[in-house]
Design a protein around this ligand. Structure first.
Ligand code: UDP
Ligand code: MG
Length: 312
C-alpha cells in the first residue's frame, strides 16, 4: 500500500526543511508495511525552493517533484500533484505546517476503517488571523452556501486524505478555473471532518492578500452557481412592475384632477436614471464574469506547464 503526500510550494525555502522532517517522522512512526511518497510541486518559486527540493530528491527515493514553468497558483499545483500521485491514499498539505502532518497517521486509520472515503481537516478557530479577514470569510461561506447546491464547509482547509477513487473523480473535473473547495464538495463521497485549532505558519509569509482572497471568493461563487445571473431577471421584473405602478398612479391622478400636464420632476428623474443605469451596468458585469469564464474554458489551455519532473 502506498501513501502519497502532496505539497504545493511557492517560495517556501524557509518552511520546507521543517516540513520534510515532519513528513519523515510520519513515515518513521508507521510500523506497518505501508510505503510513502512525498510529491513536492514547485509552483514557480523565486527563491531556493527548487534547489531544496532537488537536494531532498537526491537523498531520498520517496521524494518526487514537479516544477512549474511559472507561478500557476495553488489550485494548479494541487492538480499536478494529484496527477503525479500513485498512492492508494492521497493527501494534500501546505508547506508551512499549517496543516499539521502529525494528524496524518490518525487520518490513515480513519480511511482504513472503511467507513469513510475522505478525511478532511477543518479549523475551528481563526486565531492569529486579522479580525476583518475572518469576518469576511464567514460572510463568504454563508453566501456561497445559500446560493450553491453543494455544501462548502466554513473553515475547511485543502488538507485532506483521500482514497484513490476520490482523487480520480477530482482529476476528471478538468475545468481551468479551479475552485478546489467547491470541487472537493461537488464530487461527494463520505467525508469525516477532523477539527483542529488554527496553526500559524512556521516561516515565510502568506501569499494571500485581502484583494487576492476577495477575487478568490468571486471565483468560487461564479464557478459553482449561476444564481447571480438571476439577479438581472429579478431586478428587471421588479423595476418594470414598479414602473407600471408609477404610470398607473399618474394616469389615475390625471383623470381625477383633470390636469393632463405635469411639471417635470428633474431631480427624481436624474436619481432614477443613475440608479437604473447603475443596475444595468452591474448586471452586464455579472454576465461578463460568466462570459469571460466561458472564453477561458473555450480556449482549453492546460491547467499548468511543467518545466521539470522527477522520474518515476
Ligand atoms: N501556494 C502555491 N502557489 C501559490 C500560492 C501558495 O503553491 O501561488 C502554496 C504555498 O506554498 C502553501 C500553500 O499553497 O504551501 C498555502 O499558501 P499560504 O500558506 O500562503 O496560504 P494560507 O495558509 O495563508 O491560506
Ligand atoms: Mg499557510
Amino acid at each position: 500500500m502506498l501513501i502519497s503526500l502532496i505539497v504545493p510550494c511557492y517560495n517556501e525555502e524557509a518552511s520546507l526543511p521543517i516540513l520534510y522532517d515532519a513528513l519523515c517522522d510520519v513515515r518513521k512512526s508507521d510500523t506497518s508495511d505501508r510505503n510513502y511518497e512525498f510529491i513536492f510541486v514547485n509552483d514557480g518559486s523565486r527563491d531556493k525552493t527548487a534547489d531544496i527540493i532537488r537536494d531532498l530528491a537526491a537523498g531520498d527515493k520517496g521524494v518526487k517533484y514537479v516544477f512549474f514553468s511559472r507561478n500557476f497558483g495553488k489550485e494548479a499545483a494541487m492538480y499536478a500533484g494529484m496527477q503525479k500521485a500513485k498512492g492508494d491514499y492521497i493527501a494534500i498539505l501546505d508547506a508551512d505546517m499549517q496543516d499539521p502532518p502529525s494528524l496524518i497517521p490518525e487520518m490513515i486509520q480513519d480511511l482504513d476503517s472503511g467507513e469513510y472515503d475522505i478525511v478532511a481537516a477543518r479549523r475551528v478557530t481563526r486565531k492569529g488571523e486579522p479580525k476583518i479577514r475572518s469576518w469576511f470569510a464567514r460572510r463568504f461561506y454563508k453566501l456561497i452556501n445559500r446560493m450553491c447546491d453543494v455544501e462548502i464547509a466554513d473553515g475547511a482547509r485543502d488538507f485532506r486524505l483521500m482514497k484513490r477513487e476520490v482523487v480520480d473523480s477530482i482529476l476528471s473535473v478538468t475545468e481551468r478555473q479551479r475552485f478546489s473547495k467547491g470541487i472537493f464538495a461537488w464530487v461527494g463521497f463520505r467525508t469525516k471532518w477532523v477539527e483542529h485549532e488554527n496553526v500559524e505558519r512556521v516561516a515565510g509569509e502568506t501569499k494571500w492578500s485581502f484583494w487576492k482572497l476577495f477575487k478568490y471568493a468571486i471565483d468560487g461563487i461564479v464557478a459553482f452557481t449561476i444564481a447571480p445571473l438571476r439577479i438581472a431577471t429579478y431586478m428587471g421584473l421588479f423595476f418594470s412592475f414598479a414602473g407600471f405602478v408609477y404610470l398607473l398612479y399618474y394616469f389615475i391622478k390625471a383623470i381625477i384632477s383633470k390636469i393632463w400636464t405635469q411639471i417635470a420632476g428633474y431631480p427624481s428623474l436624474l436619481c432614477f436614471i443613475l440608479f437604473i443605469g447603475g443596475l444595468v451596468l452591474m448586471c452586464l458585469g455579472i454576465i461578463g464574469e460568466y462570459i469571460g469564464r466561458i472564453y477561458i474554458e473555450a480556449k482549453g489551455r492546460p491547467i499548468y506547464i511543467a518545466s521539470e519532473e522527477s522520474k518515476d
